[in-house]
Design a protein around this ligand. Sequence first.
Ligand code: SF4
Length: 480
Amino acid sequence: MSALQDEAQPRGAKIKGNKPVDQLEAANRFIAASAHQKMHDERLWDLRKKRDAQMHLISEWEELRELASDIKSHTLDHLADYLEEFERNAKANGVHVHWAKDAQESNQIITDILKEHNAKTLVKSKSMLGEECRLRQHLEENDIHVIETDLGERIQQLDHEDPSHVVVPAVHKTRTDVSKVFVKTLNAEQGNNDVHYLAETQRENTRPYILNADAGMTGGNFLVAETGAVVVCTNEGNADLSANTPPLHIVTVGIEKIIPKMEHLAVFIRLLSRSALGSPITQYTSYFRGPRKGGEMHVVLVDNGRSTRLASKKFKAGLKCIRCGACMNTCPVFRRSGGLSYGSVYAGPIGLILSPTFNTHKYRNLPFASTLNGSCTNVCPVKINLHEQVFAWRETLADEKELSLSKRILMTAMGKLLAHPKAYRTAVQTGDKVLSYLPHFVVYNKLNAWGRQRDLPPAPKETFHSWYAKNYKNKGKTDE
Ligand code: SF4
């Protein structure tokens, strides 16, 4: 057996009620599972490279990003108007439209619709909003059997884990990990980790549920105000099966997914799949405009904190997100620590700025899981200033006294030192000298997390300041 097949799959962050999630602890466990970590890093970097290759084939790529960003900004500035236009047009198409202010209300509306129809089974395609609202858990508590129809999402459902990535939910798992889950839950053949066999096993298991389900659910990638339509992009066609096979189709979608017109859709469709998976288009781009013949269609428009974000100058731009996952694929921290280490529905750069809006205290450590290198901002198809927002969150956390004790002590000490140039220079000079004589174990010990994966460079013989003073200042030379 190879190291990868042999190694147990690392689990995600340990969630302890409202306590701050310790992303670092979970990331360390993921890194320690070196074969998984390497596989994860390589898979996601491969997606990033494919995205770059697609981008280079479109000469107007930057103009497209600019345009997408402008369309989103305009729509957010007139959100109420476009949502009302969508509602009018959707109703005219025979769709029932519902408004939910938060997750609880959304879950209740959906439960009520299902109960009214005496629905006991629901086939569902992937929806990050569903994860955000913990919808599946809520429905199951109400005796409604939910079957995920997206392959990755189904694997995660069967393994009782959350998705680790917005586009590829089981990307942290190896074929062997999946095989083990299917042996336990789908009675699959022990030790058979052939991908075709595994996909077929899941398909055979899920199809009867789809054919006999009482209701189907999809999310929505876009809502078109002008036509009252819901657009869903998938690669497996599972949304189409979930929407068209049962007589009842429920859509759950965040209010920020609205775009004004059909002509705007093309801009986003061109960017979405190229940014997400490096493919020119998703296999299925479905346009649901009304109920199927003899059926019923409901759209639940969910706020769940989006209006509050809309009113925030600093963090409003996060609402432009089209959930392509490109920022995750490029992020060096995400690729090495795995999506489940964040302990939140949204991980990676977009998770760092969205998660604290849901619960600042619980997710206060996340904005520090970034090197602020800006790669996420560079790849984002709707030009969200991700790394600047991560930094803004650090400032906000400091203002709201949400920094951990160790960070508070360190930042206060650093603030004082940096405010006094003489003390700073003395500290740097002394530090350099002391470091060059200290025994190895004093610098690289358990208390110094920074030194666990790094070596300090040799201390310079003199500081820049003393070199400058010697060579320029004291000789009367001036800098430019
Ligand atoms: S923030 Fe940008 S790159 Fe990240 S998922 Fe959203 S749209 Fe994609």
